[in-house]
Design a binder for this molecule. Structure first.
Ligand code: ADP
Length: 477
């Protein structure tokens, strides 16, 4: 763990181990933080926030963040390998998605350091006034990161916090701490003053819970499951800390009869199979027009069979393992529950024999809105498909799209531009793509409606969420 610029073990001496999900083999023992360690990290972050970091000018903050981006880029091969081994991401993706994602995030966020601003306004009260609003850093931030994109998400959290002038205690997921350890080492090398970036490694129920409840943490930024999001809200009540939550999804993909199927079919397939479906914005529900349903489902099933499932260091591998034995059990349990509730397995549906936590890319058809597989987030490579009729209008399709408790992301494939925009307006979803797919762009606000979270990360809204406003009025009479 990194506390106030020093590396240390847990005060209790406890450790936990992290494994390669493609083989189940142990990779490393990592310090397991308890309350004492969290207290020390928060105290270091507080001292830096009130001390040296508060004097660092915006252009210097930007320079440091950019320097960190340069160092990540320079160490990209090593970081990509670390991410592949710890997370189970096929190596062909980790260099650009993880390393490239982290670098892009930091470079984008660095720009905000010199652009954040308050405002002045006219008061209506009698007399002559000068009124202005200061935008200040929110303070000490706990940032709790999940296991699916540890490096890129840690960078996406660190960047805006540091740009805004906050200090940070990072906590990676217990399944995937390794790239974050290297990331904070690089932050030290970049020259951030000690205590600005701190790291505690450990379990959610101990280290994570202690951060969320801590009286001296001003903000907690969390990405993870909806269940844990609720626990974070409860814990944050101790001192009314600011909370941002990027939670689960059950995102719909709509493919209309007039869509460009050459693009829509592979996009829908990769929308659920990429990273073995362990993506919060995965397109896990497919609504397809009945005229093209057979063709689309055959196309997706064909890809499911063709995509290479294998060891993550094999450069040909497209689908890696799930992150843990627990996750494998969860996903296969959902497939079984779908079968029991009457869904039909069109392709996949089984665990892959041999070492590691692999499950076949799976398509379930004949799914109904009441089924658990259609309502709950599976976080695995499992697509639930349903047909719709060309008589269905935007209202009815939006009702289908909105039928879960989540509202994170959606994709629409049609050449009918009016329908695409009508449907996009009616979907209660934080991110919508029309006739295209793609990952996170740091300029776009990211977050969800309903149970998908609170607030937005990225973009202007994301960095402003690391600030507080202070209204100051001077009577000039
Ligand atoms: P999953 O259940 O898929 O592991 P979580 O949402 O529980 O996903 O995990 C995301 C992050 O939240 C991890 O860093 C984890 O350690 C942390 N976490 C888990 N439980 C808690 C909790 N009660 N309080 C704070 N953080 C937690």
């Amino acid at each position: 763990m990194l506390v106030g610029g020093e590396w240390r073990e847990a005060a209790s001496g406890e450790t936990f181990s992290t494994e390669d999900p493609a083989t189940g083999e142990k990779l490393a023992d990592v310090a397991s933080a308890g309350e004492t360690d969290v207290d020390a990290a928060v105290a270091a972050a507080r001292a830096a926030f009130e001390g040296p970091w508060s004097k660092v000018k915006p252009d210097e903050r930007a320079r440091l963040i950019n320097k960190l981006a340069d160092l990540i880029d320079a160490n990209g091969d090593e970081l990509a390998l670390t991410e592949t081994l710890d997370v189970g991401r096929p190596i062909q993706f980790s260099r650009f998605a993880d390393v490239g994602g982290a670098v892009g995030q930091l470079r984008y966020q660095a720009g905000w350091a010199t652009k954040l601003a308050g405002e002045t306004l006219e008061l209506s009260a009698p007399g002559e006034w000068l009124s202005y609003v200061l935008r200040e850093p929110v303070g000490v931030c706990a940032q709790i990161v999940p296991w699916n994109f540890p490096l890129a998400m840690a960078a996406a959290k660190l960047g805006p916090a540091l740009a805004a002038g906050c200090t940070v205690v990072l906590k990676p997921a217990e399944q995937t701490p390794l790239s974050t350890i290297r990331l904070v080492e690089l932050a030290l090398e970049a020259g951030f003053p000690e205590g600005v970036v701190n790291l505690v490694t450990g379990y959610g129920r101990t280290a994570g819970a202690a951060l969320a409840a801590h009286m001296d943490v001003d903000k907690v930024a969390f990405t993870g499951s909806t269940v844990t999001g609720r626990a974070i809200i409860d814990a944050s009540k101790t001192n009314f800390k600011r909370v941002s939550l990027e939670l689960g999804g059950k995102s719909p993909t709509f493919i209309f009869a007039d869509a460009d199927l050459k693009k829509a079919i592979p996009a829908a397939a990769m929308g659920i199979f990429f990273n073995a479906g362990q993506v919060c914005a995965a397109g896990s529900r497919l609504f397809v027009a009945e005229e093209v349903a057979d063709q689309v489902l055959e196309g997706i099933a064909g890809m499911a069979k063709m995509l290479r499932v294998g060891h993550t260091l094999d450069p040909e591998t497209v689908i890696g393992p799930l992150v843990s034995a627990q996750q494998l059990e969860r996903v296969t349990g959902y497939i079984e529950s779908g079968r029991q509730e009457g869904a039909r397995v069109l392709v996949g549906g089984e665990r892959k024999e041999g070492p590691g936590w692999f499950v076949e890319p799976t398509v379930l058809v004949d799914t109904e809105a009441t089924m658990r597989v259609r309502r709950e987030e599976i976080f695995g490579p499992v697509l639930c498909a349903t047909r719709f009729s060309s008589a269905d209008d935007a209202e009815r399709l939006a009702r289908l799209g909105n039928e879960t408790e989540f509202g994170l992301s959606a994709s629409i494939w049609t050449r009918d531009i009016g329908m695409a925009h009508k449907l996009a307006r009616r979907l209660r979803s934080g991110t919508i793509r029309i006739n295209g797919s793609g990952g996170v762009d740091p300029a776009l606000p990211l977050g969800g409606f309903k149970a998908s979270g609170w607030g937005r990360e990225n973009g202007k809204a994301g960095v402003e969420a690391y600030t507080e406003l202070k209204a100051i009025s001077v009577n000039l009479d």
